[in-house]
Design a protein around this ligand. Structure first.
Ligand code: NDP
Length: 250
């Protein structure tokens, strides 16, 4: 899908690595002006800015820890008046068995995977409403929102919450002409994916359950995000779209 984002400003969180980085590059390539927020400037955001400059693309990068509610709100309030579309992509995962999961791990994951989405979206969507603007939001959830994954208690809980937040956002923001959807990928071998799935003893049984027989690529997620975000999508709203090679058919 090559959607045109010419003239649009898109805020992307978790832009330094993995899916968020690939989304930023595709958006820049599609003509968007990208506001890229992430935790680490050097080397992640700085190298992204350099690569986008080579594409003659428009990108601004901002180093921010999204688990800091107030600092995030201050930054996003400055950017929000310009934002047409929002991709809430930043996420954390941590491998801990259910019996050993620590309360601070649960809090850390919920801060980024759920609370930061609410925080950023509140500010951006209020600004869209004030401008009488038709906006669009895509939240990056996971197939783990509905599928139990071993050693991922906090992560699964956070993505289940994110799906529900997405639906409430769709319910409340739809009348303001702001479309809200989620994408729910299975494993993508980004730095986060490699952390959990690089051992073939874990990966192979998971792949065996995927009817299309492989993990998905960054491009599969990027294309779905850009389609849902774009004006090509008029009426898909409140959806949580599996991108999983059929894993959720079981
Ligand atoms: P990565 O870990 O590869 O990249 C995540 C990015 O988010 C990094 O740039 C990271 O910053 C940034 N980030 C993390 N925490 C914060 C924070 N507190 N503040 C600001 N930025 C932060 O993850 P993926 O690209 O794999 O994942 C992206 C999204 O996709 C997540 O929501 C994830 O849950 C979801 N997802 C991923 C899957 C996978 O298999 N990879 C499968 C299904 C869903 P830094 O540069 O410092 O690392």
């Amino acid at each position: 899908v090559r959607s045109s984002f010419g003239g649009k400003t898109v805020l992307v969180t978790g832009a330094g690595q993995g899916i968020g980085r690939a989304v930023c590059k595709k958006l820049v390539d599609s003509g968007a002006h990208v506001l890229a927020l992430s935790r680490t400037a050097d080397p992640h955001l700085n190298s992204l800015a350099a690569e986008c400059a080579e594409l003659s693309g428009k990108i601004e990068t901002y180093e921010i820890d999204l688990s800091n509610w107030d600092a995030t709100r201050d930054l996003v309030e400055k950017l929000a008046p310009r934002v047409d579309c929002l991709v809430n992509n930043a996420g954390r995962s941590l491998l801990e068995s259910f019996l050993e999961m620590k309360p601070e791990s649960f809090d850390m994951i919920m801060e980024v995977n759920v609370k930061a989405v609410i925080n950023v979206s509140q500010v951006v969507c209020k600004a869209m409403i004030n401008r009488g603007h038709n906006g669009s939001v895509v939240n990056v959830s996971s197939i783990a929102s509905t599928l139990a994954v071993k050693d991922h208690t906090a992560y699964c809980a956070s993505k289940g919450a994110l799906d529900t937040v997405t639906k409430v956002m769709a319910l409340e923001l739809g009348p303001n002409k702001i479309r809200v959807n989620a994408v729910n990928p299975t494993v993508v071998l980004t730095p986060m994916g490699l952390y959990a799935w690089s051992d073939p003893k874990k990966a192979d049984p998971m792949i065996a359950r995927i009817p299309l027989g492989k993990f998905i690529g960054e491009e599969d997620v990027v294309n779905a995000i850009l389609f849902l975000l774009s004006d090509q999508n008029g009426m898909i709203h409140g959806a949580c779209l599996p991108i999983d090679g059929g894993l959720s058919c079981w």
